[in-house]
Every structure is written in structure tokens, then in C-alpha cells.
Design a protein around this ligand. Structure first.
Ligand SMILES: NC(=O)c1ccc[n+]([C@@H]2O[C@H](COP(=O)([O-])OP(=O)(O)OC[C@H]3O[C@@H](n4cnc5c(N)ncnc54)[C@H](OP(=O)(O)O)[C@@H]3O)[C@@H](O)[C@H]2O)c1
Length: 316
């Protein structure tokens, strides 16, 4: 019997956004403990661009190169975020049935730039996490909720903010920041958020009580005292304001870069509840068809997207 194929973006070598080509790949077959998801949308995140170009931190460079392919990617179908519909569920899975809408991440298992992906029913650092998708979101929005939500809750839960706390969010306009700001606001904290001048009104509309332009040196004089300082864009994005926060709060700053991203479905469940209760709505900056995935990667590499960037696999 001939192998079933699916449409996919293929990455046969590490390199710039142009390395992608659209083609066909074998359609994955779910094991007994796996769910086969028909992908409606994937995402291009900062992590996707690092994996494509193999621009990963030195401390993980060698182990990941061994795992992901020394000279070229072992898995030609990349992509770490999915939102879609359960196509079939193995006999040892429990949580989902045919037709359920789900969202999640595959992490370094990759495979999301395609029509189908398999996900284990249980969370696993290598195989990712899956949960029921927020009903009120499109699949594109759900991809931003998955990646931004997992990063945002990773850092927020470490800080354990209480209602009334003053919380500073550095980098409020990216995928993580646009989830963190409304999530913190609905917890009853007072959020001060740093973003560029052109994003200040937008970030205020997400629930920030105060906004500061990170590129304006005068913002340093407007800093107050905060119970928590969260870095929601990563330590490589700096500014005089960030340097002053480092000086004042040092190791107390909680960064999305500390430790590895935890792929936990209970966190996806919390994001879904908050979204469906009206507490937040993720932002999607741009949506690209799979055929334009290279353009999407190049856009994300400008480092100035607002919220998430999604890849639409099928309409609806
Ligand atoms: N720990 C882990 O395992 C792990 C895993 C995955 C990701 N990460 C981290 O998470 C990051 C991606 O987060 P993300 O997707 O939420 O970010 P993102 O969406 O890629 O960030 C884009 C935003 O960054 C803002 N920005 C650009 N330069 C800035 C600066 N100098 N200061 C403040 N903001 C700046 C831009 O705002 P303007 O356009 O307004 O400038 C834009 O809205 C990765 O780069 C990595 O550091 C960590």
C-alpha cells in the first residue's frame, strides 16, 4: 500500500527564512497513546526562527544539535505550535474524542508546519502538551494563546502575584506580553508595562494601568516601586530602561528566559478558562498561508511583531 502524504513546509537545511519549500511529507500515524490532529493553524514564534536557523544558546547547542541533526535537520517538518481538530484518537488515549477542537505545542518533537500532527495524550517535555481549545478563539488566535500563554504563565506563576500588587511587565507587546498584561490585570494587579511609543495605546487597551516607552531614556525617571518585575520578551532585548530595572531588581526579575519552557496542559486549561470567561483575547498580528512561511519567518525576525504570527493551514 502506498504511504499517505500530506501538505507540509519542508526545511532540509539550517539557514535563513528562504530555506523553506512547500511539498509533501508522510502523514503521521498515531500510536495507541497518541491523538492525530488535523491542523487548522500553526504559528511562527521566536523559537521557530531559532530552530530553523539553529540560533540556540551555547549551553544547549551541542546536545540539541545531536538531537535535532548535526549537519541538517533530522525532521524536515518543523513547527512547534498547533490548533486544530481531533482526527482520530488511539485506544490508550482518554481525554479527547473525534471532532474535538484542541490546541497545544509539540516542542522539539516539531511537526506542526503540516496538515496533521500526532500528540501524546499525556504531557511530556519532549512530546509537548495538548488541551481543549478556547471556544471563543479562532485557530490562529489559539496558537498565540498556546505559545504566549505557556511562556506567560511560566513566569507569572513563579511570581505568584496577589490582587493589588504592583507588577512591571518589560516587553508587553510580543506574544507573551500581550497575554501576560491582560492575565495580570484580571488577577487584580496594577500593571505598568514597557513597550515602544507606538504600542502604548494598544498595551493600555490590554489592561495596563500605566505604560512606559522603553526606547525613551526619560522613562527611567518614571519608574516606581514594584512588587514584581517580569521580563516577557527575553534577556537579549535591552534598553536603558531595562538596564535600570536590572540595576534595581537584579536577580529578582523573573524572565521567560529562566529555565526551559514548561509544556503543561493544566496551564493551557487555565488560559482557556480565562479566555472563555472574557479575561483576555490574544493578539494575532499577521496570518500567512503555508506557502508564505518563509515570509512569515522573516517578519518574526524583525523582532517587532505585535502579539503572534499564525500560519493558516485550512480556512475555518
Ligand atoms: N525559556 C525558554 O525555554 C524559552 C522558550 C521560548 C522562548 N523563550 C524566550 O521568549 C522569547 C520570545 O517571546 P515572545 O514570542 O513573546 O516575543 P516576541 O513576540 O518575539 O517579541 C516581539 C516584541 O518585542 C518587542 N521588543 C523588541 N525589542 C525590544 C526591546 N529592546 N525592549 C522591549 N521590547 C522589545 C517588540 O515591541 P516593539 O515593536 O514595540 O519594539 C515586539 O512587540 C524568545 O526570544 C526567548 O527569549 C524562552
Amino acid at each position: 500500500m502506498s504511504e499517505a502524504l500530506m501538505k507540509a513546509a519542508l526545511c532540509r537545511r539550517y539557514g535563513p527564512p528562504e530555506v523553506f519549500e512547500t511539498g509533501e511529507a508522510p502523514r503521521p500515524a498515531p500510536r495507541d497513546d497518541e491523538i492525530l490532529v488535523r491542523i487548522h493553524a500553526s504559528a511562527v514564534t521566536a523559537s521557530d526562527t531559532y530552530i530553523r536557523g539553529f540560533k540556540l544558546p551555547l549551553k544547549v547547542h551541542i546536545p540539541l544539535r545531536l538531537a535535532m541533526g548535526i549537519f541538517r535537520p533530522r525532521k524536515v517538518v518543523q513547527g512547534i505550535v498547533f490548533s486544530g481538530v481531533v482526527e482520530s484518537a488511539g485506544p490508550k488515549t482518554q481525554r479527547f474524542s473525534l471532532g474535538d477542537e484542541v490546541y497545544g505545542m509539540t516542542g522539539f518533537h516539531l511537526g506542526c508546519y503540516a496538515e496533521y500532527v500526532c500528540s501524546k495524550d499525556a504531557d511530556s517535555p519532549r512530546r509537548g502538551c495538548i488541551a481543549a481549545k478556547p471556544k471563543s478563539l479562532t485557530h490562529e488566535e489559539a496558537t498565540a494563546a498556546a505559545y504566549g500563554g505557556l511562556l506567560a504563565l511560566g513566569v507569572i506563576e513563579r511570581g505568584n502575584p496577589r490582587p493589588g500588587n504592583a507588577v512591571f511587565v518589560y516587553g508587553a507587546s510580543g506574544t507573551t506580553g500581550t497575554i501576560a498584561v491582560p492575565y495580570l490585570a484580571q488577577l487584580g494587579t496594577e500593571v505598568t508595562a514597557a513597550c515602544s511609543e507606538e504600542n502604548r495605546d494598544f498595551v493600555a487597551s490590554l489592561g495596563a494601568a500605566k505604560t512606559l516607552n522603553y526606547a525613551d531614556e526619560a522613562s527611567v525617571n518614571l519608574l516606581e516601586d514594584y512588587d514584581l518585575v517580569l521580563d516577557c520578551v527575553g534577556k537579549h532585548k535591552s534598553s536603558p530602561l531595562r538596564e535600570e530595572l536590572n540595576r534595581r531588581y537584579g536577580e529578582a526579575i523573573l524572565s521567560i528566559d529562566d529555565g526551559s519552557m514548561q509544556l503543561l496542559s493544566p496551564r493551557l486549561d487555565r488560559i482557556r478558562t480565562t479566555v472563555d470567561d472574557g479575561g483576555l483575547r490574544p493578539t494575532v498580528d499577521r496570518v500567512f498561508p503555508l506557502e508564505e512561511i518563509g515570509t512569515a519567518h522573516a517578519y518574526v525576525e524583525t523582532l517587532h511583531k505585535r502579539g503572534g504570527v499564525a500560519i493558516r493551514m485550512i480556512d475555518g
